[in-house]
Each structure stands twice: as structure tokens, then as C-alpha cells.
Design a protein around this ligand. Structure first.
Ligand code: PCA
Length: 328
């Protein structure tokens, strides 16, 4: 079945590419800002997506990726695309939670804690997110989850009380709120800058995937990773709507097919990267394992508070996503 799906997608790329050859469209270069390191699986997936589009449109559209926040920092990428400074790019979806709480649907603690549930939650949320982004002059292309989120520290932690007063690196509203509710001090830092932040003591702890800890070699400063499987936040790729509307139907077909392939491949990579990076953290010298039962029980209570707060802030649209997820 999967093979079928891939050959169907590949077939449509070839078909659309033949159409593109037949056209006389002007060659166009699309710079694609991305926030995470080149070696990260999202960046690798984005680079393959770019290649797929460049090949599929026979060079009519050449997508060039710029990982590590080198063109725009993570926090600036969406605005850059909305305003046409960049035609396309990738960003952490829940990073927009401060604009509209609904963007944080994937950072509700303990709602969707596995890849299967994350896929189900995305199905439930996709129509709403497509609409929200459309209202902001953006076209959603594909979205890929990070591996499950766990807690990083530079000491053993068995209870919420052990976290008190720590400087906690946050990457969205949910992570900042988690810090507050556990008695820590949130400090917002881009993934590209966390190695430095941990080395200088600007931050001492964080919630993230094994993937980001591995990419940033956090074992140089931190000692413990506790698997919590709190949630799986998503990165997504968006295009400026004016640029999209000016794109030929043949090229749009290629881009959509490449996006579908990228979402599938990105999911697969994310799963593979989960175990690989936890082993990498261990090899770096860190203690890696599940959080203790007592700590998990305390985190679940905090999760309930955060879920309630999110449902209040996200209103009917948010509730509809959670209801659709629970109904499946
Ligand atoms: N890595 C990103 C977001 C979630 C994750 O696993 C980060 O820490 O910025």
C-alpha cells in the first residue's frame, strides 16, 4: 500500500514535470529559510523537498534551503514569508501560539504522545490550520512532527520540587507555561543558540526531543534526559499566497506532490531519529531513561491545568480539534 502511494506520488511528479517541460515558464529561485541545523531531519527532509521541486519543474522553480536560521531566525520566518521577503520557509507551528492559541494544538501535554496519535491529531487540526494560515496570506504545504518531548537537566530530577528556580529554555507559550507551573524561570531561546546558552549558564534545563539535544550536542553541558512523551510539536512548510497564485498549475502540481512525499518521508525520519538520537545522547555520556512514576504523576497534574487553560484560550476552534481527535 505504501509502495503504491509512493509510486502514485512519484508518478504525479513525473507527469507534472513533463507538463512543466512543455511550458515556457520563467525560471524562478525560491530561497527557503529554515530554523534548525542542516543535519537535523527536518532540514534534510526540506532539502529533499527542494530537490524534488527543482527536478520536477525542470528548474522552472529552483528551491534553495537555508538551514540554521541563516537567512531568517525561526521567530522571524513566518513574517518574512507573509510579507514576501521570502517566498517559502519552514517554522515550528506552535511558535505562533502567542498570535492565536489554536496554533498550540500540538503542544497540549499528554493529549497525543505517540506518532500514531500525532498523525490523528494532525488530521483533526489540518483543515483549521490551513484556514488560519490562508487568512494570513499563507499556503500550508506539509507538516512533520518532532520526536516526543522529554526533559533535560544538569542533575538528577525525581520530583517537580527538584526543578525549582532553574533557568528553563522555552520555545513556545506552552513550554514557558510549563516552566512557570514547575517553579522554573522561562527564557526563550532559538534551537540554533542553545549550545551556547547551556555552556554559559543562560539556561540550565529544557523540554525538547532527543533530536534537538543530539543536534546541539547538549551533553557538553547537561547530564540527564528524561523521556516524558509530553507531546510531539510540528514544523510546517508554508508558501506566500501571492507567490502561490502566480505559480503555474503544472508547477503547483509538482510542489503538492513533493510536499506529500516530504510529509511521508519526514514522518518516517522522525520515528527513525527518535531511537538514534537517544542512543547518541547516551554515547555523549548522558543518563537517558523514562521519568520516574512520581515525577510523571506530578507532570500529569500540571498537564491538566495546561489543557484547561489552552481550551479556554483556543475557544470553539480549539475545542473542535480536540473533540475531532477524541472522536476517532
Ligand atoms: N525541537 C525544537 C522544537 C521541538 C523539538 O523537539 C526545539 O527545541 O526548538
Amino acid at each position: 500500500m505504501l509502495i503504491n502511494k509512493i509510486s502514485k506520488i512519484a508518478g504525479s511528479v513525473v507527469f507534472a514535470s513533463a507538463l512543466a517541460f512543455a511550458g515556457t515558464a520563467q525560471a524562478d529561485k525560491w530561497d527557503m529559510p529554515m530554523a534548525y541545523s542542516a543535519s537535523n531531519f527536518h532540514s534534510a527532509t526540506g532539502a529533499e523537498f527542494a530537490k524534488c521541486v527543482t527536478t520536477g519543474t525542470a528548474g522552472d522553480i529552483e528551491i534553495v534551503t537555508h538551514p540554521s536560521g541563516s537567512l531568517f531566525k525561526g521567530g522571524d520566518i513566518k513574517r518574512a514569508i507573509q510579507t514576501g521577503q521570502a517566498p517559502i520557509g519552514e517554522r515550528l507551528m506552535s511558535g505562533h501560539q502567542n498570535e492565536n492559541a489554536v496554533f498550540g494544538f500540538d503542544s497540549i501535554p499528554f493529549l497525543a504522545t505517540s506518532f500514531d496519535d500525532s498523525a490523528k491529531l494532525w488530521e483533526a487540526a489540518k483543515p483549521t490550520m490551513t484556514k488560519l494560515l490562508d487568512e494570513q496570506n499563507l499556503v500550508l504545504l506539509y507538516a512533520v512532527p518532532w520526536p516526543p518531548q522529554g526533559l533535560y537537566f544538569k542533575k538528577e530530577v525525581n520530583a517537580v520540587a527538584d526543578m525549582k528556580g532553574l533557568k528553563f529554555r522555552s520555545y513556545n507559550n506552552a513550554t514557558a507555561r510549563l516552566a512557570e507551573l514547575t517553579g522554573m524561570l522561562p527564557v526563550s531561546i532559538e534551537a540554533a543558540e542553545i549550545s551556547q546558552a547551556f555552556a554559559t549558564g543562560v539556561a540550565e534545563a529544557m523540554v525538547s526531543s532527543g533530536s534537538t539535544g543530539y543536534d546541539r550536542k547538549v551533553w557538553e553541558s547537561l547530564t540527564h534526559f528524561y523521556e516524558v512523551d509530553a507531546w510531539l510539536p510540528r514544523n510546517y512548510v508554508m508558501v506566500n499566497k501571492d507567490v502561490w497564485n502566480d505559480t503555474s498549475d503544472a508547477s503547483k502540481n509538482v510542489i503538492k506532490a513533493c510536499a506529500e512525499l516530504a510529509e511521508y518521508a519526514g514522518n518516517w525520519r522522525s520515528k527513525e531519529y527518535t531511537g538514534f538520537t537517544l542512543t547518541g545522547l547516551r554515547n555523549g555520556g548522558m543518563t537517558v531513561g523514562p521519568a520516574g512514576d512520581a515525577l510523571v504523576a506530578e507532570l500529569k497534574v500540571i498537564g491538566e491545568t495546561m489543557t484547561k487553560e489552552w481550551l479556554e484560550a483556543a475557544g470553539d476552534e480549539g475545542k473542535a480539534i480536540v473533540d475531532a481527535f477524541n472522536a476517532e
